[in-house]
Design a protein around this ligand. Structure first.
Ligand SMILES: Nc1nc2c(ncn2[C@@H]2O[C@H](COP(=O)(O)OP(=O)(O)OP(=O)(O)O)[C@@H](O)[C@H]2O)c(=O)[nH]1
Ligand SMILES: [Zn+2]
Length: 292
């Protein structure tokens, strides 16, 4: 039988098998000689030991599409990063760091601004332009008014998505609308308690249907840049690629150089000033890191 590991606790793996339920498994298979440890998100072959008690052994880990470090999970198709359009105001620097981290791990990211009910058209337009000009898909939702939920559902369908965002943006509210238990008053509370206990930051997947999973990560308030040279940073700003060929100097950092295609695009409002300012800040950060 084939399934997917959704949780791992103290040597036990909880394996989701479509139409059959969740099996508590131990890793006993021949793969143990191959020095691979099962990860949440792994697709595996299991041997059922007890159908009544739903117990089994993991026999084989199927090839991984990818393996993330933060969060520690395998076979992630995409990341959905949720910020609030307001309350709290989006921290663009944090958002850009998250997008860099995902690109570094080769995971495509989608940006969602929740609480769209709290801002006007102008503000929404600015948010959309900032990230669409950077080639990221942008979604708007209101968990409070249940707007934009269908689009999220379609985005998630048939995929495994890591869902992340800072505290207070409405991540739980959105997930509760998406999950099968949604509508149950206790869903909200029990999830919160569950999360509160998660001090060790184990990854866990939730099945939305037989082939749709989300990995709900704890809220974050800071993100370290992945280890890279400052010269590489530009490659993590997808919107730069189109304009770099117009830079006069090879290896242009797009900061002080004359004849810079990226800065020209900025002047012409083809690149977002918010994104460009973050680029400069992060560039300085990488530069400083190298001094020590
Ligand atoms: N106006 C408005 N309020 C919202 C919306 N979504 C969530 N809220 C409110 O924002 C607050 C935070 O929502 P949560 O769903 O708990 O946020 P969270 O991101 O899960 O926060 P953590 O649990 O701290 O990670 C709550 O008071 C929600 O009622 C929305 O779309 N519009
Ligand atoms: Zn340049």
């Amino acid at each position: 039988m084939q399934g997917k590991i959704i949780k791992g606790i103290a040597g036990f793996y909880y394996v989701h098998v479509a139409e059959s339920g969740i099996y508590e498994c131990k890793a006993k298979g021949a793969f143990r000689n191959q020095k691979v440890k099962p990860l949440v998100g792994d697709n595996i072959r299991l041997d059922v030991l007890d159908e009544e008690e739903k117990k089994g052994n993991i026999e084989e880990i199927l090839p991984r599409k990818n393996e993330l470090i933060r969060p520690a999970v395998a076979n992630i198709d995409q990341a959905l990063v949720i910020f609030a359009a307001a309350k709290p105001k989006p921290n663009f620097n944090l958002l850009d760091r998250f997008l860099i981290l995902m690109q570094y791990q080769k995971v495509p990211a989608v940006v969602c601004f929740n609480k769209q009910d709290m801002v006007n058209e102008e503000e929404l337009k600015l948010l959309r332009a900032t990230y669409e000009s950077a080639d990221y898909p942008v979604l708007f939702t209101s968990a409070a008014k249940e707007e934009g939920i269908q689009a999220i559902r379609e985005l998630l369908k048939g995929k495994t998505t890591t869902v992340a965002g800072p505290s207070g943006v409405g991540k739980s509210s959105l997930i509760n609308l998406l999950s099968p238990e949604a509508g149950m008053e206790t869903g909200d509370i029990s999830r919160k308690i569950e999360r509160g206990k998660h001090t060790t930051r184990h990854s866990e997947l939730f099945a939305l249907d037989k082939d749709t999973f989300i990995c709900d990560t704890p809220g974050f308030s800071s993100i370290y840049l992945p280890d890279m040279e400052k010269e590489e940073l530009g490659t993590y700003f997808p919107e730069f690629a189109k304009y770099e060929p117009f830079c006069r100097f090879q290896g242009c950092a797009h900061i002080h150089e004359p004849g810079c295609g990226v800065k020209e695009a900025l002047e012409e409002k083809k690149i977002s000033p918010i994104r460009y300012e973050n680029y400069k800040l992060l560039y300085e950060e990488l530069k400083d890191k190298r001094r020590y």
